[in-house]
Design a protein around this ligand. Structure first.
Ligand SMILES: Cc1ncc(COP(=O)(O)O)c(C=O)c1O
Length: 454
C-alpha cells in the first residue's frame, strides 16, 4: 500500500520535473511555483491514500487551495471538476472524463440531468424552505410517490443525507420497540464491513473498528454479525433485540452481495421474533441493482427503508419509509430536521423518480449491466490478476489478487475515466444509469490495456 502511494508521489514528481525541464508554458494566473510544488508534495506524502496523476496548472492550483482551506477529511484526488452533464465530467483544464462512480452513487440519472434541473429551477423560483411547521407541496408529492413505488410504504420522514436517515431509522425502531414491548428492547444488530454513515449513531452501526475507535464511546446497544452467516445473527438475538440493520449489497465494504437464502432466513427470523428489519438502500436504491430497490430482487418488504443519495439527483436529501403501524410512534417533537424535506430537494426527488420511470431507465440499466458483466468476466478469464467480479445491476466490484486498485484509479484518471477504490484490492463501479454501450466499451478496452501492463 505504502509502496503504491510512494509510487504515485514519485510518478507525479517525476512528471512534474520533466515538464518543468521541457519548459511547458504555464498560464500566469495558475503559476505552478516552488511553494505550490512543495505544498503539493508534502500534501501527497502526508496523505498516503492519495492516488494521483496530476494535470497540474489549474488542477494543481485548486488542489493546493483546497488543501489550504478545507479540513482534510478526505483523501482527495487531484482533479477538480468544473462541469458535468449526465455521464460526463470536465475538469478545470477542460479535459473530459467518463464517470463510472456517479458521485458515489448519487447520480443514477446523471449529472445535472435536464429534467431534474427544469423541475428544480421551477421550484426554487416559487419557494425553497417554508420550514417544517408547514407542509410544502413537493414534500407531500414526493412522500406519496415513495409510498407508491416502494409497494409497502405508508409514511415518510425526510432528512438531508444518508447518515441522518439512518439516525431517524434507529430512533424510530427504538421508539417503536420500547413502546410496543419494554424499555430495554433497544439493541440493534448490524454487519461487519457495513457502512451506514458518519454521525455517531450511524457510526455505531458501521461495524468497522478503524472508523469507530477514535470516537469511542459510541452509542450503546449495537452488536455485529457476519454477512451471509445466519448462525452469527441467531447467536446475537435475545429478548432485547429490536432491529436488524442491513445493506443488501455492502457498497463501501467492497460490493458484498447478500445471498438469497440468507435473506430468506433473516426475514423469517425477524418476523418470528418480531424484530424490525431496517434496509439501508442509500447506495442501492433507485434502479442501481436492476430494480427500483434492491429488496425487490429478494422478494420481501423491509419494515423501515432508508434512502438518500440518488433520490436527490445531486441535491442533498435522505428519507425513511415505513408502514403506519411503525411510523405512527413518531409524534410531534419525536424527531425533526430544519432542512429535511425542503421544497427544492423534494422537487428534485420527484423529477428523479419520474425520469427513471418515463425513460425506462431500470430496464436499460439491466441490459447494460449484462453487457458490462459479460465483458468483465471475459477479462477475468484473460487475466489472472482478476480474482473476482461481483455485484448486481450497475453496482459492481472487481477484486484483484494484488493491491493494484489505487494504481488503476490513478491511471484511469489520466486516461479520462473515473473509477473508485474501496480497498487496495477492490475497484468499485457505480456508473450513472444513463451510460451507454460505447462508454462501457471504452472502459473495457482501457481495462484490457491496463491489466496487460500490470
Ligand atoms: C449504504 C450507505 N448508508 C449510509 C451512507 C451515508 O450516507 P451520507 O454520506 O449521505 O451520510 C452511505 C454513504 O456512502 C452508504 O453507502
Amino acid at each position: 500500500m505504502e509502496f503504491i502511494n510512494k509510487l504515485f508521489v514519485n510518478y507525479y514528481m517525476n512528471k512534474l520535473e520533466q515538464d518543468l525541464k521541457d519548459n511547458i508554458s504555464i498560464n500566469k494566473k495558475n503559476v505552478f511555483n516552488n511553494k505550490l510544488r512543495d505544498n503539493l508534495s508534502s500534501n501527497l506524502n502526508n496523505n498516503l491514500n492519495n492516488n494521483l496523476t496530476i494535470k497540474y496548472d489549474k488542477n494543481a492550483y485548486f488542489y493546493n487551495e483546497g488543501y489550504k482551506y478545507l479540513m482534510q477529511t478526505y483523501a482527495r484526488l487531484p482533479v477538480v471538476f468544473k462541469y458535468a452533464k449526465m455521464q460526463y465530467l470536465w475538469d478545470v483544464n477542460q479535459k473530459k472524463y467518463i464517470d463510472f462512480i456517479a458521485g458515489y452513487g448519487c447520480l443514477n440519472v446523471g449529472h445535472s440531468n435536464p429534467y431534474v434541473l427544469k423541475m428544480l429551477q421551477k421550484q426554487i423560483k416559487k419557494i425553497i424552505q417554508p420550514s417544517n411547521v408547514f407542509f410544502n407541496i413537493p414534500q407531500i408529492q414526493l412522500a406519496k410517490k415513495l409510498c407508491q413505488i416502494t409497494g409497502f410504504g405508508e409514511k415518510v420522514f425526510f432528512a438531508n443525507s444518508g447518515t441522518e436517515a439512518i439516525e431517524a431509522a434507529i430512533k424510530l425502531a427504538r421508539k417503536f420497540s420500547r413502546e410496543k414491548f419494554f424499555h430495554e428492547r433497544y439493541h440493534i444488530i448490524s454487519f461487519r464491513k457495513s457502512f451506514h454513515g458518519r454521525t455517531l449513531g450511524a457510526l455505531s452501526a458501521t461495524a468497522q473498528e478503524e472508523k469507530q475507535n477514535v470516537y469511542q464511546p459510541l452509542l450503546s446497544g449495537f452488536k455485529y454479525a457476519n454477512l451471509n452467516d445466519i448462525e452469527s445473527v441467531k447467536k446475537l438475538i435475545d429478548e432485547n433485540t429490536c432491529a436488524v440493520l442491513l445493506e443488501l449489497i455492502q457498497g463501501e465494504g467492497g460490493i458484498n452481495v447478500c445471498d438469497f437464502k440468507f435473506i430468506e432466513d433473516l426475514v423469517d427470523i425477524c418476523k418470528n421474533e418480531k424484530i424490525l428489519l431496517i434496509i439501508d438502500e442509500v447506495q442501492t436504491g433507485f434502479g442501481r441493482t436492476g430494480k427500483m430497490f434492491a429488496y425487490q430482487n429478494y422478494n420481501f418488504y423491509p419494515d423501515i427503508l432508508v434512502l438518500a443519495k440518488s433520490l436527490g439527483g445531486g441535491m442533498p436529501i435522505g428519507a425513511i419509509v415505513s408502514k403506519d403501524e411503525i411510523s405512527t410512534v413518531f409524534q410531534p417533537g419525536s424527531h425533526g430536521s430544519t432542512f429535511g424535506g425542503n421544497a427544492a430537494s423534494c422537487a428534485a426527488g420527484i423529477a428523479v423518480i419520474e425520469y427513471i420511470m418515463k425513460n425506462d431507465l431500470i430496464l436499460k440499466a439491466r441490459h447494460l449491466s449484462n453487457y458490462l458483466f459479460e465483458n468483465l468476466f471475459t477479462l477475468k478469464d484473460k487475466y489472472q490478476i482478476v480474482k473476482e467480479v461481483r455485484g448486481m445491476g450497475l453496482m459492481l466490484g472487481i477484486e484483484f489478487n494484488k493491491p493494484v486498485a489505487g494504481e488503476l484509479v490513478l491511471k484511469a484518471l489520466s486516461d479520462g475515466i473515473v473509477i473508485n477504490k474501496v480497498s487496495p484490492e477492490i475497484i468499485r463501479l457505480l456508473p450513472p444509469l444513463v451510460i451507454n454501450k460505447n462508454n462501457i466499451d471504452y472502459l473495457i478496452k482501457w481495462l484490457d490495456r491496463s491489466l496487460k501492463e500490470l
